[in-house]
Ligand binder design. Structure first.
Ligand SMILES: [Fe+2]
Length: 142
């Protein structure tokens, strides 16, 4: 479990950095680049983050903490099930964002969508970190 936990926490650290980068780009002045370019940049960055999140969720579900912690600490199983369901909700959200066309609307609307999505991702990953910290405290007393 320890190596898997470290991998999950490391992935969370990297994803948090990428989410901050996208947040920063979404806050940038779109007129700093050619017309239409800001939207292209945001779309590319968003798709990249979505791809990495899908791989991260698969890791957590198949090889990462979810199965192991639920078995080792049955009293955390309900919380882990809730987090697992959260993956499905976020996958639906990611599919919606990928399919949505923001080309016709104002870029402010697209930026708002991105920021709302990043907020949900951060909230979810923070809840996972808290479960992992509880596991560590119970297992190792630290
Ligand atoms: Fe995660």
């Amino acid at each position: 479990m320890d190596d898997k936990r470290k991998t999950v926490l490391s992935q969370h650290h990297d994803l948090d950095f990428e989410a901050d980068r996208l947040d920063l780009l979404a806050a940038a002045d779109p007129d700093a680049v050619a017309p239409g370019r800001a939207r292209q940049i945001l779309e590319r960055e968003l798709r990249g983050l979505i791809d990495r999140l899908r791989a991260h969720f698969r890791y957590e579900e198949a090889g990462g903490y979810m199965a192991g912690v639920g078995v080792e600490k049955p009293h955390l199983a309900a919380e882990i099930l809730r987090l697992r369901e959260g993956h499905d909700e976020l996958r639906d959200e990611m599919a919606r964002l990928e399919e949505a066309s923001f080309e016709d609307g104002p870029i402010a609307g697209f930026r708002q969508e991105i920021r709302a999505f990043l907020g949900r991702i951060r909230h979810h990953e923070q809840a996972e970190n808290e479960v992992l910290e509880r596991f560590i405290t119970e297992e190792y007393g630290r």
